[in-house]
Design a protein around this ligand. Sequence first.
Ligand code: S3P
Length: 458
Amino acid sequence: MALSKAASLRRHSFESSPLPHTPTPRRFTASAPLTGTMRVPGDKSISHRSLMLGALAVGKTTIRGLLEGEDVLATAAAMRAMGATIDRSEDGMWTVHGVGVGGLLQPGRALDMGNSGTSTRLLMGVVASHGITAAFTGDASLSRRPMGRVIDPLSQMGASFTASPGGTLPLMMQGSLPAVPITYRLPVASAQVKSAILLAGLNTPGITTVIEPVPTRDHSERMLRGFGATLDIEDIDGERHIRIHGDAELTPQDIVVPGDPSSAAFFIVAALLVPGSDLVIENVGLNPTRAGIVTVLRAMGGSIEELNPRTVGGEPVADLRVRHSALTGIEVDPALAPSMIDEFPVLFVAAAMAEGRTITSGLEELRVKESDRLAAMAAALAQAGARITETEDGLIIDGTGGEPLEGGGPITTHLDHRIAMSMAVAGLISAKGVEVDDTRPIATSFPTFEALLAERTL
Ligand code: S3P
């Protein structure tokens, strides 16, 4: 007898292997050229949203190319705790059986968000317009990050919160049913805050409006439309007005997640810096609200060629051919910051090897990421022998003009995956190597980073 499709898929619940309890230090040393062809894992932002929207649709959503990093798995666990059925088949496809907008259940235990700000802030939005209570907890890094930026608008919509001092985790929230539609102008350029409000708006009667003075990544808007929500976007006096129509019904989708440009950035910079490199990174998402790093590295003289441009999962994608290049320092336009907000740590590494001075500014948001990335990168790069001046809202870097950095360490990563990976890249172009104090956080966004690096630098 033929097996049913469901049985033949042999679905199982995906559990990542637990991280070691003690820090895992590692020294990254001078590298052979990066050559050949590679792929990076799926986009983290799109992966989170696929699981959340799949859980809020009625019926079965499939997801290919989901990032199986700790942050995304935290979102999957939370959606399961609120009633969605989420499985992974052996070929790596994920399925989500959603409960429908308004159908989430009260979670039976605290939602452990680990290191993930995106999971936390977006899920707070989801919970805000359901009649349920949820507790959010996280690791030491996440527990320091400001949640007031979502508590404020979601409180206006009727949700109530008991947060730890300073508006941080752990926190307990009670959603509001019905919630109240609001019009909210974002005081900080944050896709997480925008998305939290739009997700809350799904189960709110009437129209909820977010006004975005500075555009941020637009994956939520694209995907909400893809799932069948009604969303109007209008430019008024240079600001984006995004209106979501409430009491939405979402239709399940078959999603293909493009490669994460933020993960690709580590390999782009590595290939630009390591002499002799000529690397193709396939299937990199190049949504204009994410691709600032490519613009800036090209302006510094980086050879980055886009091959085979196409659309994957409603997002522009291309293969990137990156060749070793002599970089020149520039003044980075602060208006580009939102489109490369996660890429500054690795840009600072590129700048440290460039000819002349690179000036960055308008980056105060970097101080409230997984770590204070301005302070952490200033300290780390100085330890590795780079010439760095930290300002209130940026770094000024005088590059070596292509000479290797001296190296050193151990670098303190502060539970921040992007500090660890950026300094790993710095190690590749250093005389003595760079020791990173703890590589465990890399698994939050790019669990295959070290294996891919080893493969490409053989
Ligand atoms: C993200 C938005 C950004 C980014 C984060 C992912 C998202 O955060 O830094 O890694 O998926 O919406 P902010 O909204 O705080 O800028």
